[in-house]
Design a binder for this molecule. Structure first.
Ligand code: ZN
Length: 346
């Protein structure tokens, strides 16, 4: 039997614990959420497998998780757009709304960002994998018509919508997507919705490539077993208009640059640390290189696109585990030969 407000706390690599946390009353403008579903993200896995990534390392216990949905359980003062019992997607993006970037509508660059489940600042920002979660009402987006599982996909979809916005107009374009985990596959869906004419996907796993095809990629190449598969796209200085790099692997970035046509655009959204970049080719082909980091306004758009049925994410939710199967859930999520998005039930 689980005790009240069980939370999933990472202490160090492979040291994941269920711990009880106090249930707090929502203050003014806040909501108490009974969390329903939570997706395990690549960053959660980095904390689980390695205790962090690059310079971002755990220095104290931290509740994981930032892809959650839940039911409104209690309302603080001053909230009139939410009702008790309602399903909401909860944005983990908590900017301060008052720093220079927030005031310039660049909220994903907030100087005081309190993004759930991040060891970037110290003290770390505690995450959302809790049975009872306090959230700001402005983080909550009504998710009528969606299941709790679907509503928990708003966050990774928002990441991809933000990347698509960095890429510019996709209509009629040939798009290369490298790395076909959940972000790559959601990028396939988002690129198709944005009007891409042709989508080419690459990965090192046949399973994820099959998922990319199910999501609407036209062609999918395993660059491990067919290393020269992209060579035809290098013809006449390059055949690809836009490259969405989702793997964080320098080799995938370099392969994409070789295939981009002059004046093409490379959007890097995979987090691979400090990657080597083929700068000579980027210069000579006048390629636009853009980073893409998190999102803000796109969260609401992600919920709406799923509600309209314009983007369907169900096929990507491959596993769901209860909190009593934590280790199994995280181990399954690390296995790209059989799992896409693994979610937890709270
Ligand atoms: Zn700010």
């Amino acid at each position: 039997m689980l005790r009240a407000n069980q939370s999933i706390v990472i202490h160090a690599a492979r040291d994941l614990r269920l711990e009880s946390r106090d249930i707090v009353k929502p203050g003014p403008g806040e909501v108490l959420i009974t969390v329903q579903a939570g997706g395990i993200c690549g960053s959660d896995l980095h904390y689980y497998q390695h205790g962090g990534f690059g310079p971002i390392q755990l220095r104290e216990p931290m509740i994981l998780g930032h892809e959650v949905s839940g039911l409104v359980a209690a309302l603080g003062a001053g909230i009139d757009n939410l009702e008790i019992g309602q399903l909401v997607s909860i944005s983990p993006s908590r900017p301060c709304h008052s720093c220079s970037y927030c005031l310039q509508d660049q909220k994903n660059h907030c100087l005081n960002m309190q993004f759930y489940g991040s060891a970037m600042p110290f003290p770390h920002i505690q995450g959302a994998f809790q049975q009872q979660l306090i959230a700001g009402a402005t983080q909550c987006v009504r998710a009528e018509g969606l299941t709790a599982s679907q509503a928990a996909m708003a966050e990774p979809l928002a990441v991809c919508l933000h990347a698509i916005a960095q890429a510019g107009d996709l209509r009629g374009k040939t798009v290369l997507i490298t790395g076909c985990g959940p972000i790559g596959c959601l990028s396939v869906l988002a690129a198709r919705h944005a009007g891409a004419a042709r989508i080419v996907a690459t990965d090192l796993s046949d399973y994820t490539l099959k998922m990319a095809l199910i999501c609407g990629a036209d062609l999918a190449f395993n660059t491990l077993t067919a290393p020269s598969a992209l060579q035809p796209y290098q013809a006449e200085k390059g055949q690809i208009d836009i490259h969405l790099e989702c793997s964080g692997a320098a080799s995938a970035l370099a392969a994409g640059v070789a295939c981009l046509r002059p004046s093409g655009t490379l959007v890097q959204l995979g987090l691979g640390g400090d990657m080597n970049v083929p700068m000579q080719a980027i210069t000579a082909k006048e390629i636009t290189l853009r980073g893409s980091f998190r999102f803000h306004a796109e969260f609401r758009a992600a919920v709406a696109l799923m509600q309209e049925g314009a983007i369907v994410v169900d096929q990507l939710i491959t596993h769901s585990f209860g909190m009593d199967a934590l280790t199994e859930a995280f181990e399954t999520a690390t296995d790209r030969s059989q799992a896409m998005k693994v979610q937890l039930r709270f």
